[in-house]
Design a binder for this molecule. Structure first.
Ligand code: FE
Length: 313
């Protein structure tokens, strides 16, 4: 017979006190959330008969998760970041907001303040040209009526051939593979970059440690992240996941969605490569168009207030 005490007045009084309900300082919202969190944790401990060893291993795990800066990696791995997207989709549907390119998770690796380029950008610093495939990425940003959106900011970032991101990988130059491209008068953006590699969680990190206990891999297909914004339009956070990738529909972070698969084409053509200024004969092209919803309110033009690297930049 399971012993339960969390419902008793003694414990409820303790939790109310711990959550700050007996004082008028602090934040009422945080108190409300914390009380629920403490109560749910206590219920979980009782219902699943969590042992002391399990409890203190979990506490130690949280310390190590934070120490490795991986909390933002674990939440997509547990499906919670994708859940937020599905929840927002459902809220949108309830008020009749629909259309446009689907949203998908941001992930933890955005860095604010990337260089701004008009219409087109060279994104890579050239250091991987001996092993990378040059990629030409282009498309048009439109509204849901199909009209091009000039002056939209296409803020994109992706990994290198090792699956690493600049800033977090200090061996790369600043803002390598990160740019903000402002669409031209016809809503077009163009980038020359390199084909990114898929990547996985650090094999020795706490996120992978958890995934191992769940019997899961921590791999992602190659992908390109986007923030797209324009006055009067709703901010879009999304990704293009590259077709043909092993983990396209088996992404540990659950970011791949219908409508977000990029049809990348690999081309072997020495003359065409030369015309594009590429050494050798191999390069890739990727066309991807975006559609932005109208902003229902000015605040919807902005990305979320999630803390990000170099936020003030
Ligand atoms: Fe990523």
């Amino acid at each position: 017979m399971t012993v339960k005490v969390s419902h008793t007045s003694e414990i409820q009084n303790l939790f109310n006190e711990a959550a700050g309900l007996n004082n008028d300082q602090g934040s009422p919202r945080v108190k409300q959330i914390m009380l629920r969190l403490i109560n749910d944790a206590a219920k979980l401990i009782e219902d699943l008969e969590i042992t002391d060893d399990e409890f203190w291993h979990a506490v130690d795990y949280l310390n190590r998760l934070g120490g490795r800066n991986e909390a933002g990696l674990l939440v997509p791995g547990l499906g919670l970041e994708h859940f937020l997207d599905i929840l927002q989709d459902a809220k949108d549907a309830q008020i009749g907001l629909s259309g446009g390119t689907p949203r998908t998770i941001e992930g933890p690796l955005y860095v604010a303040g990337a260089p701004v380029c008009e219409g087109e950008a060279r994104m890579d610093d050239g250091t991987e040209l001996d092993q990378a495939t040059v990629m030409f990425l282009e498309g048009v940003v439109r509204d849901t009526d199909g009209q091009p959106v000039a002056g939209a900011v296409v803020d994109l970032w992706h990994a290198n051939t090792q699956g690493n991101y600049s800033y977090f990988d200090q061996s790369q130059s600043a803002y390598n593979l990160r740019r903000r491209i402002v669409t031209d008068s016809e809503g077009r953006y163009r980038a020359r970059s390199i084909v990114p590699s898929g990547y996985g969680c650090s094999p020795d990190g706490p996120t992978q440690e958890c995934l191992n206990l769940l019997g899961r891999h921590g791999q992602r297909p190659a992908h390109i992240h986007f923030f797209i914004s324009a006055p009067g339009h709703r901010h879009l956070t999304t990704q293009i996941n590259l077709d043909g990738e092993q983990y396209l529909w088996d992404d540990f972070a659950y970011a791949t969605r219908d409508g977000l698969v990029g049809d990348i084409q690999f081309i072997e053509d020495a003359a065409a490569a030369r015309d594009r200024g590429v050494e050798g004969s191999r390069f890739a092209t990727l066309q991807f168009n975006f559609q932005l919803q109208q902003a229902p309110a000015p605040a919807a033009e902005q990305r979320s207030g999630r803390p990000r690297a170099l936020q003030g930049a």
